[in-house]
Ligand binder design. Structure first.
Ligand SMILES: Nc1nc2c([nH]c(=O)n2[C@H]2C[C@H](O)[C@@H](COP(=O)(O)OP(=O)(O)OP(=O)(O)O)O2)c(=O)[nH]1
Length: 157
């Protein structure tokens, strides 16, 4: 997709972004730890923690973009049969307006390899890593609601 450009009314067309919430499940299917990664040096919000993903290319589906991005960034191959579209959110940043397509991912193969020198951390609520990207906070809140977790979802603000 192209960069955000001002629309007729001055608003910017959102850039579509596929985001993967990789979640471990136990034998009973209960959801446990989820994966956060830090944004690499050289990108906006470098060092902020987020769920891994990236922008859709022209003509690409959310699932295809997710598979491509996670392979490029983390070295793993996701099982698209175990991807569930979950939530959508439009965020307005100074640098761009983005439509985030959050998907739960329950199956992947291969070894994690941080190909962009980012860091990874398996987390539960409340998350330990700081700071988290603004567009990541709502996801933590959705997870908290699902898990009936009360209290702060993450540290700092
Ligand atoms: N990956 C990811 N991006 C998020 C999240 N929340 C959020 O607001 N964003 C925003 C940050 C960025 O503006 C945009 C993702 O773009 P990006 O720059 O990481 O994507 P990309 O890897 O395709 O980047 P590039 O090739 O253009 O450098 O979405 C999130 O949880 N995960």
């Amino acid at each position: 997709m192209s960069e955000a450009v001002p629309g007729p009314a001055g608003e910017r067309t959102p850039v579509d972004v596929a985001v993967g919430v990789l979640i471990e499940r136990d034998a009973a299917g209960r959801e446990g730890r989820f994966l956060l990664t830090s944004r690499p040096e050289g990108k906006v919000y470098a060092g902020y923690w987020e769920f891994p993903g990236g922008k859709l290319e022209a003509g690409e589906s959310v699932e295809a973009a997710l598979a491509r991005e996670l392979h490029e960034e983390l070295g793993v191959t996701i099982d698209t049969a175990q991807v569930e579209r979950w939530q959508e959110l439009v965020m307005d940043y100074p640098h761009a307006r983005v439509r985030l397509h959050f998907c739960k991912v329950f199956g992947w193969s291969g070894e994690f390899e941080m190909r962009e020198q980012q860091a990874m951390a398996w987390q539960t609520l409340p998350t330990e890593v700081v700071p988290v990207l603004p567009g990541t906070v709502p996801v933590l809140q959705w997870l908290a609601a699902e898990r009936e977790f009360a209290g702060a979802t993450h540290r700092g603000d």
